[in-house]
Design a protein around this ligand. Sequence first.
Ligand code: HEM
Length: 410
Amino acid sequence: MTPEEAGLVFVTPEAYADEERFHAACAVLRREDPIHLVEHPDFAPFHVITKHADVHEIEVHHQEWHNAPKPVLANLEADRRREEQGDLLRTLIHMDEPDHRTYRNVTADWFLPKNLALLEGRLAELARLSVDRMAELGGECDFARDIAMQYPLQVILAILGLPESDYPRMLQLTQELFGAADEELGRGASLEDLVQVINDFFVYFTALTEERRATPTSDLASTIANARIGDDPMGIMETISYYVIVATAGHDTTSSALAGGMQALIEHPDQLARLQADPSLLATAADEIIRWVTPVKHFMRSCTTPYELRGHRFEPGDQVLMSYPSANRDEEVFDDPFRFDVGRSPNKHLAFGFGVHYCLGAMLARMEIKAVLTELLPRLRSIELAGEPELMKTLFVGGLKRLPVRYELA
Ligand code: HEM
């Protein structure tokens, strides 16, 4: 595979659904052209960053590398729409300093370890219900759809304080937003379909904001609805965007980690047995699962000032795509990166990013994975694949959409 062929995986949703092809392409680029220019008729040119050290450096230099105007890869049609009509959403990932810090502070307290510790009981209870559900399903299920997609959504919607009757609607909307490139999950592939999905989020969350402003409670939705920026209430666009990022960023990402982690444990029975025998490995196992799956495939940054990296000179306006899955298999950082090792330490993966935008929910995501494994592993007598696992087509966030399994529970 030439670097030119390899570079095209980053604009090809099907390539992310074929891990062997995807990782082979990343390995070629890390070795032969770690800062590689991707040119494709449907996309503005960008460089893909495949080395761990380079992704890290760009994330650290957030003044030189901005998230605005395009934090996530978009095609020319979407670029044009953004230039004419502005962003569809304005979330933390669309912001740079000083706004970013101000808006992040609105919810930062919620995600501090001492506050998350208060949720441990609820997380454990929801995990127990998930394993009970596996038992009810009678020894066979699609772990991706029946378990992994449900649990993180229940957690995040419980934190937000949304009624359980709204969970199916949120599940559908988040899948439509992130699965837009996959015909089975997305509403449709066109930009209009995406605009429609975002519009549905707006309708839902506008009603929620009004409700929580009228009757504040102690949930996260109330914190967002009643937030003040300086002397003013937070703007409606930023308020709705906040719900959308918390609901979506906290959902598909963790679902993908759970399902991909289960597949990895099935395919590495020695690691499953090791973890079952020694639950003190749960913390390193959770991070190894997150490195292994790397559910967020990229973020973009735009250069604000001339910048030299690995001998390449960037000019203001140049755009880069930071490939997290590639950084997380970098042979220069990880000992035997294609080995799944539940005891891996150190494990300096970049699956949660780094620096000022470092994932707000990283601690919560780790707690969720640990809670499910803590409940499941002692009850799990055996587990095996009952069909072909299938990955979703995506360019941004993704993982397994199907993981048929057969199992025995105690
Ligand atoms: C395994 C699960 C998860 C992964 C892999 C993941 C990954 C990421 C990544 C890569 C970023 C961007 C970091 C950067 O630009 O440096 C991010 C940001 C973010 N994540 Fe997560 N995430 C996960 C779970 C969650 C959860 C459970 C929440 C809970 C609400 C969450 C909320 C956020 C938010 C709000 C941001 C934006 C932060 C900012 O721009 O300041 N994420 N996440």
